[in-house]
Design a protein around this ligand. Structure first.
Ligand SMILES: [Zn+2]
Ligand SMILES: [Zn+2]
Length: 350
């Protein structure tokens, strides 16, 4: 199938190219992409691939256009969010923790299917595709039906980040931290993940404190009901739960210092591997540190729950999103880095 795709190649400007998408296998579908979020992992991967041409994008949302012969439960015409890929059969997938799938690295980051076959060609040559089992910076994406979660009439630009960034933040709160009304949660960093976490905690009737250096993001979080500080160096009351989205060692240390006894810190940001932790303090204060990937979420369960909360007005995720045409990817990245936008979402149909 002929599609238009956004081709990236290291630090060179991105370009829209004609590409050939492979035919769906029995368990695969083709989704016409209406909206696709830009997530930090897209940018990290572009850097990792250096000069290798790639079609990235892993927060696709759109309309199912074709289904493979063995697909059950996903129908042509459904609006779906495409979440990360997982095998469905390994021990972690069977436990409902597909973020830790035994095949996760190959399925999400190898650039091909698990059997090494390419899914995307540009000028007859295979390019890095199948990113997070989708490569949705394109007018259509080929994906495993297992990764598709129906979202009904939610606007696609709001639904798209539920595939990864919003899922990660919301899942970290609901699956890992699990605060109760009256608790106080500290969220460090109000990018796409942190802001979604803050809104989710607010929807649980929890007091939320957000630490974020960018003034516009702080103002947005304050309007949504959070208490905000510019830096962790400010006077901050003790908290029952903390979420670090920055990966900065000093944030982790400071968050542990702010936790009440028996508090829990969840980590979703990748930073340097070494952080000095006072394990005596952990033990004596009953603290827990909990790493988590994709919010420990089973997308087919958590995404519908987040959609329900959005419909009831409890989760105003639309306030986090700014849309761009697909061709304006480079501008979207620049705006996000400058703090002018929080969550850029590309619209391949415009
Ligand atoms: Zn698995
Ligand atoms: Zn992501």
């Amino acid at each position: 199938m002929r599609i238009s795709a956004l081709l990236t190649r290291g630090s060179a400007p991105s370009e829209i190219v004609e590409a050939e998408l492979d035919t769906p296998r029995p368990d695969e579908v083709i989704v016409r992409i209406e909206a696709v979020g830009v997530c930090h992992t897209d940018l990290v991967t572009r850097k990792r691939l250096r000069e290798r041409p790639a079609v990235l994008g892993h927060e696709g949302c759109g309309i199912v256009e074709r289904v493979g012969s063995a697909v059950d439960g996903t129908t042509v015409g459904d609006r779906v969010v495409i979440s990360f890929a997982s095998c469905g059969g390994c021990a972690q997938c069977r436990r409902g923790l597909p973020g830790y799938c035994a095949w996760s690295a190959a399925l999400n980051g190898s650039g091909r299917r698990l059997d090494r076959s390419p899914t995307l060609r540009v000028r007859e040559e295979p390019v890095f595709g199948a990113f997070f089992g989708q490569s949705s910076f394109a007018t259509a994406a080929l994906t495993d039906a297992r990764s598709c979660v129906p979202v009904g009439d939610v606007p696609p630009e709001v639904a798209a980040p539920l595939g990864c960034g919003f899922l990660t933040g919301a899942g970290a709160v609901l699956n890992v931290l699990r605060p109760r009304p009256g608790d106080r949660v500290l969220v460090i960093g109000a990018g796409g993940v942190g802001a979604a976490a803050a809104l989710t905690a607010l929807s649980e009737d929890v007091e939320v404190l957000v630490a974020e250096p960018v003034a516009e993001r702080r103002e947005l979080m304050a309007r949504c009901g959070a208490t905000v500080v510019a830096s962790l160096d400010e006077a901050i009351p003790a908290v029952t739960h903390a979420l670090d989205t920055t990966g900065r060692p000093e944030s982790v240390t400071r968050a542990l210092g702010l936790l009440q006894p028996c508090g829990v810190l969840a980590l979703v940001g990748l930073g340097p591997p070494d952080v000095t932790v006072d394990v005596r303090s952990l033990m004596l204060r009953g603290l827990r540190i909990h790493g988590c990937v994709e919010g420990d979420a089973e997308p087919s369960a958590l995404i519908p729950e987040l959609v329900r909360r959005h419909r009831r007005g409890l989760l105003p995720l639309e306030r986090l999103v700014t849309t761009y045409p697909l061709a304006d990817f480079d501008r979207a990245v620049t705006d996000q880095r400058a703090g002018r936008v929080l969550k850029p979402v590309l619209l391949p149909g415009t």
